[in-house]
Design a protein around this ligand. Structure first.
Ligand SMILES: Cc1cc2nc3c(=O)[nH]c(=O)nc-3n(C[C@H](O)[C@H](O)[C@H](O)COP(=O)(O)OP(=O)(O)OC[C@H]3O[C@@H](n4cnc5c(N)ncnc54)[C@H](O)[C@@H]3O)c2cc1C
Length: 293
């Protein structure tokens, strides 16, 4: 099917983009990689009257380490993240995700910021954003504001980006040397959305007890979920098999999946706990540690 007709504008700066968005109100949408928006338009699930294309915003194509954060501009593609040496060496969770989002062709166009703005309930980046405590910088005609992942992710396909606004960069905290992370995804075949997936990031104290924990799950509810109770269980504790079981049970308990072609609700609920457990074990292994008996 062809999309409904629309007007097309090219914005060369965030200022130009937000001016166009403000002028056209709820009729206008940003076009980033187009990997979600264009299919939605072709199926007429989305019928924006105006598209504001940001792909020519050269100044937004940056990955910069700055003041304890990685700053990722709005036109940075998943492929840029996948092949970044900096990300491979220092941002384990982001590196893991950048290898398993969709397939290489989609990653060649799709953007991290666009994926977070799309906020698909089965999206990989949203779970990682929650576990890594990343945030989003949003710009409008008045200026910028920064929102934590918890405040940015609002509902299924809904974020805190409002009419007349665009997301200009994601801020990803630089993990300390005592941080291990892992992204665990089950998919039917390469390139598919997750049947279930879990993002884990653990920062340890000198004695190997957990200083800070980030646990989030996706594809098992109406939106990606941070498993706050599991994080609480981990904080201050040394990781044992018993503790992992308890944490996995918390993840399964808050999962509320639906049955579909990817699996039954019961299966997804069970498997997401297993993925969290595997994520914890791999996070420790990446720090050269084993689970205590
Ligand atoms: C075959 C296929 C398989 C896929 N598999 C997966 C998968 O396994 N996991 C996964 O997570 N995703 C998957 N995706 C989605 C893919 O990762 C998309 O690239 C991503 O969801 C959207 O990024 P985009 O840059 O293409 O955004 P677009 O499609 O351009 O935009 C998506 C939405 O976000 C809005 N938007 C984009 N950028 C901004 C901005 N800067 N400010 C405000 N709003 C903005 C747009 O207006 C639109 O509403 C798949 C897509 C396809 C086609």
């Amino acid at each position: 099917m062809f999309p409904a007709s629309f007007d097309y504008y090219r914005a060369n700066s965030p200022e130009e983009a937000v001016a166009l968005l403000a002028e056209h109100g709820s009729d206008a949408r940003i076009l980033a990689g187009g990997q979600s928006l264009i299919p939605a338009m072709r199926y007429r699930l989305a019928q924006p009257a105006v598209l504001v294309d940001i792909n020519t915003m050269k100044d937004s194509n940056y990955i910069i380490q700055d003041n304890g954060h990685l700053r990722i501009g709005s036109t940075v593609r998943d492929t840029d993240l996948e092949f970044s040496e900096l990300i491979r060496s220092k941002f384990q969770l982001m590196s893991d995700v950048s290898n398993v989002v969709a397939d290489p062709i989609v990653r060649f166009r799709g953007t991290l910021v666009g994926s977070l703005c799309h906020n698909d309930p089965s999206g990989d980046w949203t779970a990682a954003m929650l576990a890594a405590r990343a945030s989003m910088v949003i710009q409008n005609g008045q200026g910028k504001r920064t929102l934590s992942a918890d405040d940015f992710i609002v509902d299924s396909f809904t974020t805190a980006v409002e009419e007349g606004e665009m997301a200009v960069e994601a801020l990803w905290p630089t993990p300390s040397a005592r941080t291990g992370a892992s992204y665990q995804k089950i998919e039917r075949k390469v390139g598919d959305y997750a049947t279930a997936a879990a993002a884990v990031q653990l920062e340890l104290n000198e004695d190997n007890s957990v200083k800070e924990a980030g646990i989030a799950i996706t594809a098992v509810s109406y939106v990606a979920l941070r498993v706050a109770e599991a994080e609480k269980l981990l904080r201050g504790q040394k990781i044992s098999r018993e503790l992992i079981k308890a944490v996995a049970a918390e993840a399964s308990a808050i999962a509320d999946p639906t049955s579909d072609g990817r699996g039954s609700a019961e299966y997804k609920k069970e498997v997401v706990g297993v993925l969290v457990a595997r994520g914890i074990v791999q996070s420790l292994e990446r720090l050269g540690l084993k689970v205590e008996a």
